[in-house]
Design a protein around this ligand. Structure first.
Ligand code: ZN
Ligand code: ZN
Ligand code: FE
Length: 740
């Protein structure tokens, strides 16, 4: 019989797995890699062959992904006497896939701790089932000479394993051992190498309250004790890091459990091969030096180096990306030694180069399901299969949380986390990664798509490139792209309702949007409802100085404004209408309310107002304020009555925690009511939820259930982020539809 297997079945230990399975079933035949997967020719009893076919998907290696299995039985026999691996058919580069970096597997972990194993305590142990991939690849085909391992020739022992089909390290390109592979070393603050056990030196420094730079898979981290507020404060000061939470690395789930609640689904995600950072709920409302909200970002060790570091006390460290205020994560030794001078007290480095940066991924678990906030290390560059995609499109994303997507057939390759393009190094990284993806996946775009915003640097990139290469360019409205991203994420192809809440996006009327309800599909949408616009006094300054928004809310709602320190100045600016763009951004409403409740008046990062309101909200509180709408061609959600109620109750002495919850409850009601009306107007029932505001756990733990109760079918993101990072997928789908 012949079997064609399509999907991710190369470079994941699939042929050795088939070899074992074939021997187990006593079959004979051949296997070879083809351009889209593997092809098998097998001979044996019909019943045995059928049992074999059933076992294939059930027992396939963890990293394999079988998309399709074609079988054909025939009576003609070639008379195979054994099982053989045939040389690959000339592999067509355009169909090959690159694996993401994979967290250390249980077998390697066992060998790492086995004193009799030749890789005992070797920080670079890996095998076909785990280890670095994307971050060490220079070019395709994925063979050792084209990776960072090129400079480490295999020793005879490793070579033997590499060629032995029965071995777990058969064709594992990064295979190595202490005799032939990369080596770890430790440097002091001045970059001088210190002799001794590098891991022990790093651990001692961390225990003593020092800050150590550690070279990981996709870049450098800074590590320090997690239990000492003074040390964390020093790290923030040196790194000039705002108030954003720090991520932690815990030795194991037990260590994580001492600090946070860990559900079964969260445990599964923490220990998965992807090993993302998972936002977990703190046990108590403590550890504010690590995170000012209710959750902590926790990850488990994903390289043998991290495992060894946390083998002894401490069992938990702060592990934050080593970068300087908004520049990309550092990834080269020399660069780290130079740029982290004065920040790191020591450096735990090694001589295996990182070819490309890849930040840690970030998830939370909602209702037992993974909810991505940042899709990066461990996931990229695996493609998403998207029905309707035909390839050849480059979608250029947004700006602050930049990402791009490149399509090849029905495969869409989303980039790793890139960052804010306003930073020069980040922009260079963005352009470099676009070229890299085009080379790795052998796909030159025939069509470009970008945001409608004239000032986004991703728009400028797309326009310049379209002009230079004579390519067509499509510009897509920001919230339409968010909506299409969530549709594609859920495999929706028919028209639906999109509830899109975020901070800022350029509207098709030239104003700023961000609290939108759209109706339509990939091709077109109509704007059904929107938040009543808020004047942003001083434009972008209002995104940081939340008092400016609070003032605007009070004044629009006819409340006294004397509580705002700079009220007279804001009044003058607003009356003159100088640099006061109108915004229907939901993020701004969050910011303004955070300021009115005294939760935050000066934001150190975008979205902080919303984060702190979520942290402040009393979860037992069920009170809410009535909704108001201005009917018209566009349904306007009027927040003025809510602001008046909030101010009155606050001034009467109601606790901020109660008011924060009432505000969030009112937004939930608003969301349901707007969607209900949209359903009534359109006859549609599917609702996609997208935009950065849906990173809010309070909203996300409640809204889908409320929408279901209202007879609607909610869909949330599952594969890409709801924030601007996920936008490029939506742009791509809209461009695909419009080019028809
Ligand atoms: Zn392994
Ligand atoms: Zn070796
Ligand atoms: Fe957005």
């Amino acid at each position: 019989m012949s079997i064609q297997i399509h999907g991710i079945v190369q470079g994941v230990g699939f042929r050795p797995f088939v070899h074992r399975l074939v021997s187990e079933f006593g079959l004979t035949g051949t296997i070879r890699n083809t351009s889209s997967g593997v092809a098998l020719e097998l001979e044996g009893e019909r019943a045995t062959l059928e049992a074999f076919v059933r076992s294939l998907p059930e027992r396939a290696p963890q990293l394999a992904q079988i998309d399709r299995l074609e079988t054909a039985y025939s009576l003609a026999l070639a008379g195979y006497t054994d099982f053989r691996i045939l040389p690959s058919l000339r592999e067509e580069k355009r169909n090959t896939l690159v694996s993401p970096d994979i967290g250390i597997c249980p077998d390697c972990l066992r060998e790492l701790h086995d004193p009799r194993d030749r890789r005992y305590r070797y920080p670079f142990i890996n095998c076909t089932n785990c280890g670095p991939r994307f971050t060490i690849i220079r070019d395709l085909p994925y063979d050792r000479p084209l990776t960072s391992m090129a400079r480490f020739p295999m020793c005879p022992d490793c070579e033997r394993e590499y060629h032995d089909i029965t071995n777990r390290r058969y064709h594992a390109q990064p295979d190595c051992c202490p005799a032939c592979g990369p080596q770890l070393f430790f440097c002091d603050a001045e970059g001088r190498r210190i002799s001794g056990d590098a891991i022990a030196l790093a651990r001692e420094m961390i225990c003593a309250g020092g800050i150590v730079a550690i070279k990981g898979l996709g870049g450098m981290h800074l590590a320090c004790r997690a239990d000492d507020a003074a040390v964390a404060a020093r790290l923030r000061r040196r790194k000039e890091r705002d108030e954003k939470p720090f991520a932690l690395m815990c030795r194991d789930v037990e260590a994580a459990r001492r600090l946070c609640h860990v559900s079964r689904a969260e445990e599964a995600l923490l220990t998965s091969v992807h090993r993302p950072i998972v936002l977990l709920r703190k046990r108590e409302d403590g550890l504010r030096h690590l995170s000012e909200n209710r959750s902590l970002g926790v990850m488990l060790p994903y390289t043998p180096l991290h495992v060894l570091l946390l083998d002894e006390e401490p069992d938990t460290v702060v592990l934050t990306s080593a970068n300087l205020s908004d520049t990309p994560i550092l990834y080269q030794n020399e660069e780290a030694l130079e740029k982290l001078r004065g920040i790191a007290d020591g450096f735990l480095l090694h001589d295996r180069d990182i070819q490309t940066r890849c930040d840690d991924s970030l998830f939370m678990v909602l209702d037992g399901q993974d909810y991505p906030l940042r899709r990066s290390r461990g996931y990229v560059p695996y493609p998403l299969r998207v029905p309707g995609s035909r390839g050849g499109i480059l979608a250029c994303g947004a700006e602050q949380k930049a990402s791009f997507c490149l399509s090849r057939g029905d495969s869409v390759f989303p980039s790793q986390h890139i960052g804010d393009l306003k930073n020069y190094e980040t922009l260079a990284h963005y352009e470099q990664q676009i070229r890299r993806f085009e080379r790795l996946f052998d796909q030159k775009p025939a069509l470009l798509v970008c945001d409608l915003h004239p000032d986004y640097l991703s728009t400028a990139y797309a326009q310049e490139r379209a002009a230079a290469e004579g390519l067509p360019l499509i510009q897509v409205q920001h919230h339409h792209a968010h909506m299409a991203a969530c549709m594609a994420d859920n495999g929706l192809t028919e028209d639906c309702i999109g509830l899109i809440w975020d901070g800022t996006g350029y509207g098709s009327d030239g104003t700023i949007w961000g609290g939108e309800c759209l109706i339509g599909g990939y091709r077109d949408v109509r704007r059904f409802a929107s938040l009543r616009p808020i004047p942003l006094i001083g434009g972008d300054r209002a995104v940081k100085e939340l008092d400016r928004v609070a003032f605007a809310l009070l004044r629009e709602a006819d409340c006294p404004t004397a509580e705002i320190p700079d009220a007279p100045r804001y009044e003058t600016l607003l009356t003159a209408g100088l640099n006061c763009p109108m915004s229907s951004g939901m993020g701004r409403l969050f910011d303004g309310v955070a300021a009115l409740l005294g939760v935050k008046t000066l934001a150190s990062y975008e979205g902080q107002g919303a984060v702190l309101l979520e942290a402040a909200a009393d979860e037992e509180e069920t009170g809410r304020w009535p909704l108001a709408f201005e009917e018209g061609e566009l349904l306007r959600c009027d927040w003025r009555g809510m602001i008046r109620a909030l101010v009155a109750e606050r001034d009467a002495g109601t606790d901020a925690a109660v008011l924060a919850a009432r505000f969030l409850n009112t937004l939930l009601d608003l969301a349901v009511e707007v969607c209900r009306r949209a359903a009534e107007a359109s006859g549609l029932r599917d609702v996609v939820l997208s935009g950065g505001s849906f990173q809010n756990r309070y909203l996300m733990e409640r809204l889908p259930g409320m929408l279901c109760a209202a007879g609607l079918r909610p869909h949330v993101h599952r594969r890409v982020s709801c924030n601007d990072e996920g936008l490029s997928l939506g742009q791509l789908m809209i461009a695909e539809e419009r080019r028809k």
